[in-house]
Design a protein around this ligand. Structure first.
Ligand SMILES: Cc1cc2nc3c(=O)[nH]c(=O)nc-3n(C[C@H](O)[C@H](O)[C@H](O)COP(=O)(O)OP(=O)(O)OC[C@H]3O[C@@H](n4cnc5c(N)ncnc54)[C@H](O)[C@@H]3O)c2cc1C
Length: 458
């Protein structure tokens, strides 16, 4: 970026908000993929008008702008691959209003996900999407990635809760779209187009989100199995028995051992697979559903079934699950986490294929994920400084994606295509659909300044 452009931005937005120190740029050159791309300049914004000013200027001078939330993204979405401006959203973090009658919360895009849930809790309500990163990630990042979470099976994902948005377009206009009513069919659904668009169509500045009443009761259960197919059989049979659990999470032996090495919470290191299950609702229904879940797991020969007896025990179980990725990340210097998602009925085939691929390339892969949603996170534990191993990792990833598509699945259940999966998008999306997507991008962003280098190869 030219020095005069930076000077203009300092003048327009404020000296203290426009940062060019090398140390800051190095620190903000990473996200959770651990790839590295430095911006030319960092701008910390605190309102939509500043963003509009930045985008109008950037559009005129064709300067790339990449929005950045908490950088917990796992597909490289907030990395400024073409330099330019890294737009920091974290100071726009106000929770503006909770409406307990319409069951809505309005928040700025930089609000942390768990803070939105906590604000709703004060009214006996909750915000259902609960990504594993909820203590850190921003709602803007969640909307951009259409984040899922542990409660996805029963409660859906971020898109199911976004009613309306305030957006700043790449050309600088500020628009409001969507409605705060339960129903609305006025024109094209721009909200749904922007949710999951990975910061490539518009900057989200404010969102009105749906809430639900906190369930009256819940029960958390753990079931151990000697192998994955028995665990997957239980997933299938629980749903077939008419129980839609709030969560239905799967952990394999590699992941269980990594968690034990890290947290020592008493998980059984010898088992092949574990399910963590939660049902919620009214007490009578919870008791009845927990009984059905227990019977199904026993029928599928679980070696141990345990119902958490206190909130502390429940929290311990779920914090173990939430630590799955951090635990695996400690095993080797590099961690490549994928996001393959298949119809629930094909999970066993995907897990078997992943195990086969691990053996084929001599790699250590731990797999965990949202089994109820068919969304698995095969996590390759490796050392990318070793070039030979790096090549094997690339081949293994491609094999996993090819198999996923073959099973009727999708490349990404929740982490997005971003930078890391752009080269695979055409495995899933037809040539015509790809062209249409690029044309949509062009309509929003004629000069390709907003988060360029993501989703599409060129
Ligand atoms: C330990 C761990 C657990 C995780 N668990 C889950 C999980 O269970 N489910 C899940 O879905 N994901 C999970 N993730 C991935 C990640 O947390 C989500 O993708 C999250 O939504 C990213 O939010 P963020 O604020 O960190 O966004 P960032 O990483 O900063 O950015 C992500 C993308 O959003 C764009 N963006 C950010 N803010 C805005 C904005 N205001 N307007 C427009 N675009 C914007 C960025 O440009 C980028 O493309 C996990 C990550 C980690 C590290």
């Amino acid at each position: 970026m030219k020095e005069e452009h930076i000077e203009y931005l300092k003048e327009a937005i404020g000296q203290e908000r426009v940062i060019t120190d090398l140390e800051d740029k190095i620190c903000l050159g990473y996200d959770s993929t651990r790839l590295e791309y430095m911006p030319d300049v960092i701008i910390r914004v605190e309102n939509s008008c500043q963003i509009s000013q930045v985008l109008k200027f950037a559009n005129e001078y064709k300067i790339p702008v990449t929005p950045r939330g908490a950088a917990t993204g796992l597909s490289g979405g907030c990395l400024p691959v073409h330099g330019g401006i890294s737009l920091i959203m974290l100071e726009m973090n106000k929770i503006l209003n909770v409406n307990e009658v319409d069951l809505l919360v309005e928040a700025e895009a930089g609000a942390i996900t768990i803070d939105i849930d906590k604000a709703a809790n004060k009214y006996g309500l909750f915000y259902p999407p609960d990504p594993g990163s909820l203590k850190t990630s921003t709602i803007g990042g969640n909307i951009a990635e259409n984040a899922g979470g542990l409660r996805g099976l029963k409660y859906g994902v971020t898109k199911d809760y976004v009613n309306s948005l305030e957006l700043v377009l790449p050309t600088g206009e500020i628009i409001n779209t969507g409605a705060i009513t339960v129903k609305s069919v006025s024109g094209y659904n721009l909200v749904d187009l922007v949710v999951g668009s990975e910061g490539t169509l518009a900057i989200v500045t404010k969102a009105t989100l749906g809430l639900l009443p906190v369930p009256k009761a819940r029960a958390s259960m753990l079931a151990n199995f000697t192998d994955m197919s028995l665990a997957a059989g239980s997933v299938r049979d629980i749903v077939a028995a008419g129980v839609i659990t709030a969560t239905l999470e799967f952990l394999d032996n590699v992941t269980i051992n990594a968690i034990e090495d890290y947290l020592n919470v008493g998980l059984d290191r010898t088992i092949g697979a574990m399910l963590l299950i939660e049902v919620d609702g009214y007490q009578g229904a919870v008791d009845a559903e927990a009984e059905i879940v227990k019977n199904v797991c026993k029928k599928n020969n679980c070696t141990d079934f345990h119902l958490a007896k206190s909130d502390e025990e429940r929290d311990r179980l779920w914090s173990a699950r939430r630590a799955a990725l951090s635990s695996l990340a400690r095993v080797r210097p590099s961690t490549i986490l994928e996001d393959a998602t298949v119809p629930r009925s094909r999970i066993v085939e995907l897990v078997e294929a992943i195990n086969h691929i691990a053996v084929k390339y001599g790699l250590n892969i731990g797999t965990f994920g949202h089994a109820g949603d068919g969304n698995l996170h095969p996590t390759i534990l490796t050392d990318l400084r070793n070039k030979e191993e790096g090549k094997k990792v690339e081949k293994a990833i491609e094999d996993i994606f090819v198999k996923t598509i073959e099973l009727g699945g999708t490349l990404s259940g929740e982490h997005g295509i971003g930078l890391t999966k752009a080269k695979f998008l055409k495995l899933e999306v037809s040539e015509d659909a790809y062209k249409l997507m690029k044309n949509i991008k062009k309509t929003f962003d004629p000069n390709n300044i907003l988060n360029p280098g993501k989703l599409f190869l060129s």
